[in-house]
Ligand binder design. Structure first.
Ligand code: PAF
Length: 284
C-alpha cells in the first residue's frame, strides 16, 4: 500500500528512518503514463521512491491555469499503487502536502533563480515561471534528500534549469532526464492535453510532426541548418506557434555554429492550451 504523507514534519520523520537508496519523482499530479514511467524507472534502481504531488502556485503566472489545473489525487494514488505492486520489495512514499504552507511557510521570502536559463525562450514568455519551479524543487530536494531525482524531458528547459541549480548549489544528488512518452498519434503526454477538444487533439498533431520534419531536414548535418532555419521562418507564419527554436542543447544559446548537440524546442497553442514539445539531435 502506498504510504501517503501530507505533513512536512511527518515526511522528515519518515525520511530520517530510511536506510536504503532514495529516489525522487516530483510531480503536480493528474498522473499519466509519462509520470508512471518515471516512477517505474525510479523503483528499478532505488530501494525507496519518494513521489510528490504538489500543484505549486509559485510557477503559475497570474493569468495561468493554477485554479483549473486538474487535481485527481484518488486516481493518482490508485495508479501509484498499481505500479508499486510490481515491485514487492520496494516502497513508495507519496508526499501530497495538504496545504501550501507545508512547502512555503507563511513568512518564507526566498526564491531560487537560475538567472540565464530561466529567462530564455519559455522563460521569456512566462516571467518568473522557472524561478517558481527552481524554488519548489530546491525545497523538495531539501526535504527528501534523494540520491537520484527523475524529470521528464518533455519540459526540457525545466530539466536544464534544475540541472544548473543542482550544479551551482552543489546539491549532492543526480538528476536523470527521462525520454518523452507520446500517445499513438505522437502527441507528448501532458496533464494539460485533457483541456483539448477532439478537434484540437487532431490539430495538435502538427506539433510533433513539424518537429520531426525539421529534424529530418537537418539530418544531423551542419550544412543543412540554414535550410532548416528558413523552413522554421515559414512555419512560424502560422500564429498558433508561440515559438520554434533551434538551440544548443546544453546552454540554449542561439549561437549553434560549433554545437554538437542541438535541441529543437516548440510551443503550439490551441485555444488557451499551450502544448510543449522538443526533439534532440546530434551534428556529425
Ligand atoms: O514538471 C512538473 O510537474 C513541475 O514543474 C515540478 C517539477 C513538479 C515542479 O513543480
Amino acid at each position: 500500500m502506498v504510504k501517503l504523507i501530507t505533513k512536512t514534519q511527518q515526511l522528515k520523520e519518515e525520511r530520517a528512518s530510511e536506510i536504503g537508496d532514495v529516489g525522487f519523482v516530483p510531480t503536480m499530479g493528474n498522473l499519466h503514463a509519462g509520470h508512471i514511467y518515471l516512477l517505474e524507472e525510479a523503483l528499478k534502481v532505488n530501494d525507496v521512491v519518494y513521489f510528490s504531488i504538489f500543484v505549486n502556485p509559485k510557477q503559475f503566472g497570474p493569468n495561468e491555469d493554477f485554479d483549473k489545473y486538474p487535481r485527481t489525487i484518488e486516481n493518482d494514488i490508485a495508479l501509484i499503487g498499481e505500479c508499486e505492486k510490481k515491485y514487492p520489495r520496494k516502497k513508495v512514499v507519496l508526499f501530497s502536502p495538504e496545504d501550501v504552507q507545508e512547502i512555503f511557510p507563511q513568512n518564507s521570502d526566498t526564491q531560487i533563480s537560475v538567472q540565464t536559463l530561466s529567462t530564455l525562450i519559455e522563460g521569456a514568455l512566462r516571467p518568473g515561471h522557472f524561478d517558481g519551479v527552481a524554488t519548489v524543487v530546491y525545497r523538495l530536494f531539501d526535504l527528501v534528500k534523494p540520491k537520484i531525482a527523475y524529470f521528464g524531458l518533455k519540459d526540457y528547459q525545466q530539466y536544464l534549469v534544475i540541472r544548473q541549480m543542482v550544479k551551482d548549489l552543489n546539491i549532492p544528488l543526480e538528476i536523470i532526464g527521462m525520454p518523452i512518452i507520446r500517445d499513438e498519434s505522437g502527441l507528448a503526454l501532458s496533464s494539460r492535453n485533457q483541456y483539448l477538444t477532439t478537434e484540437q487533439k487532431k490539430n495538435a498533431l502538427i506539433l510533433s510532426q513539424t518537429l520531426k520534419k525539421i529534424k529530418s531536414v537537418i539530418d544531423n548535418k551542419k550544412s543543412n541548418i540554414d535550410q532548416a532555419k528558413k523552413e522554421i521562418e515559414i512555419i512560424l507564419k502560422d500564429n498558433n506557434w508561440n515559438y520554434i527554436e533551434l538551440r544548443d542543447a546544453e546552454t540554449l544559446s542561439e549561437d549553434i555554429s560549433s554545437s554538437r548537440k542541438l535541441t529543437l524546442l516548440a510551443v503550439y497553442q490551441l485555444g488557451t492550451t499551450r502544448l510543449l514539445d522538443n526533439l534532440q539531435m546530434e551534428i556529425e
